[in-house]
Structures are given as C-alpha cells and as structure tokens.
Design a protein around this ligand. Sequence first.
Ligand SMILES: Nc1ncnc2c1ncn2[C@@H]1O[C@H](COP(=O)(O)OP(=O)(O)OP(=O)(O)O)[C@@H](O)[C@H]1O
Length: 310
Amino acid sequence: MSQAPVARLHNVTKVIGKRTIIDRVSFEVHPGEVFGFLGPNGSGKTTTIRMIVGLMGLTSGDIHIANHSIKTAFPEAIVQVGAIVENPEMYKFLTGYQNLLHYARMNPSVTKERIQEVVELVGLQGRIHDKVKRYSLGMRQRLGVAQAIMHKPKLLVLDEPTNGLDPAGIRELRDYLRRLAQDEGTAVLVSSHLLSEMELMCDRVAILQKGQIIDVRSIRGDRAEGEVGNPQLTEVQFEVDHPDAALGILEGQGEGRIVDGLLLLSADRNAVAAINRRLVEAGIQVYGIRTKTKSLEDQFLEMTRSETIG
Ligand SMILES: Nc1ncnc2c1ncn2[C@@H]1O[C@H](COP(=O)(O)OP(=O)(O)OP(=O)(O)O)[C@@H](O)[C@H]1O
C-alpha cells in the first residue's frame, strides 16, 4: 500500500508490575482500511487499544497517529482519533440528534451539515429524532460511532463492537464501517475474539496471543464469494510405505508429523508436487496424496489452542 499509514505501532510494550502484558507489538493501519485486532480473551487487545487512544501510557515503543507520536506530540496525535472503548455515554431521555448536538457544541469545528453527514453514514436518518431510550443496542452503537467520527478523525477505534449484537446488527455494522472507510478514507481498527466476524468485516487482521502479534494477514480479495479462509497454507496427507523414513527425508520442508500411519505436512500448496518427487526419488512408495486447505479458522484455533491448554 502506497499511502502513509494512519496508525503505526512500533514495538509497543506494556509492563504492569512484573508482567509483560503487551510485548513488542508492531503493525500499521492504512487509510480506507478496516483492520481487525483479533485474539482470545485476555490476550491484550483492550490494553493495546487503551494505549492507542491515550487512556494508558506505554512502557516502551511508540505509537504514531497521522505521523504524530503519542509520546511527544499527544494533542496532535489524539485529535485524529475517534473511539468507542467503553460504552459511550448517551443521554437516554434526549433524542439521538440532541445527543449529537450536545457533543458538537464541545467541538466548534462540527457544523450541522457534518452532523447530517454522519447520521447518514451510520444509517440513522430515519430514527435520529427518536429518544435514545427507544433505540436498540445496534442503534445506540451507531449513534456512538456517529459521535466518534463527527470531528473527522483519521482513525476510528472500536473495542469489541460486535458484542451483544445479533447477526443482522453485525451485518449492518460491517456495512457502515466499510462505507466510512471508503467514503471518508478513515482507517478503522476493530477488536474481536471472534474470527468469523472479523472475516466478514475486515481487510486485514493482526492476531494477538499472550501479548504478542503472531500473524498479520489479508483476509479479503483473493477468495471467492462464500469461501472462508486464506487458501495459502495446506495440510497435506501422504500415504507412504515408510512414514518415519519419509519424515526424515523431508526434514526442513515444513512442519511434519505422523498420525495413524499417515504423514501429515503443513506446506504451501505449490510445494506438494516437489515433495512427492523428493519422496519417490528417495525410494519411498507413495500410495496417495490428499490436500486439505486450512481455513483461517483452523489456523487461528491452532495458534490459540496453546492458550487454553496452558
Ligand atoms: N491494570 C492491570 N493490572 C494487571 N493486569 C492487567 C491489567 N490490565 C490488564 N491486565 C492483564 O493483561 C492481560 C490482557 O488483558 P486485556 O484486557 O488487554 O485482554 P483482552 O484481549 O482485551 O481480553 P478480553 O477480550 O477478555 O477483554 C490479562 O491477563 C489481564 O489480566
């Protein structure tokens, strides 16, 4: 991507007491991108987000927002951030519009035209003059997002925005976040512990495990409609006469193991033919080869399984 990143985390580390909660986390979020911050409960998503939005200091490393360091140029950096980290405070006895007007008064740069614009962006135009107490959870969240983007921040940060939403609410959230990213060029950072939701919503995800980033990957673009997951990594099953010998021959060709007399390899799909040739040339009889494309779901579960086992 050629455009400068809106958010750049570089070796962000947080130590609380003697525990390193966040360990050298680095990633970038670009303009117009919906970026997922994915990790199991307790992996450190909220802590990282609190540092990005200035609610918590860093132990080391740095965060740049629109090229301003939050350590050395905090006011310039933070003005470019809109966020919903905890539940947004709304006056339930006022209408959605009155709530937005109330926040707009605190920020002289926000015009009535801008309020109208954000109301349309989040799709609340039909209900904006209803009292907030009559809003569903999804509508309250839209109002929260409308409020967070009123001052045209370059970065919008939402911590677990799908929590409590039904599938229709999640779909709507996805649609208006994409509209926001496309129409206003906003970089959107959303956290979640649910991969299935991130796959529907995001262009890229970073996977966090025990305070460390273990993977950053694209999850859109190269997959067909309805197909889930990234087709690059494949689990290949080789049925051979001597699995142990075959495993030895393939040492260094990717992760391998023997299960029920079958040799299982995690390998790039394109490498399968070369692996087969190597086995045959070494005198191994190959009776069958089966490939199974690992979905991002499989990989995420594999990556995070150690977390639950301990
Ligand atoms: N102020 C604190 N003092 C001590 N430990 C903390 C503090 N804040 C967070 N932690 C610990 O840091 C780890 C990461 O917590 P964090 O809330 O960032 O994770 P998370 O990925 O957002 O999880 P969840 O989805 O459950 O909120 C947890 O083990 C938590 O207990």
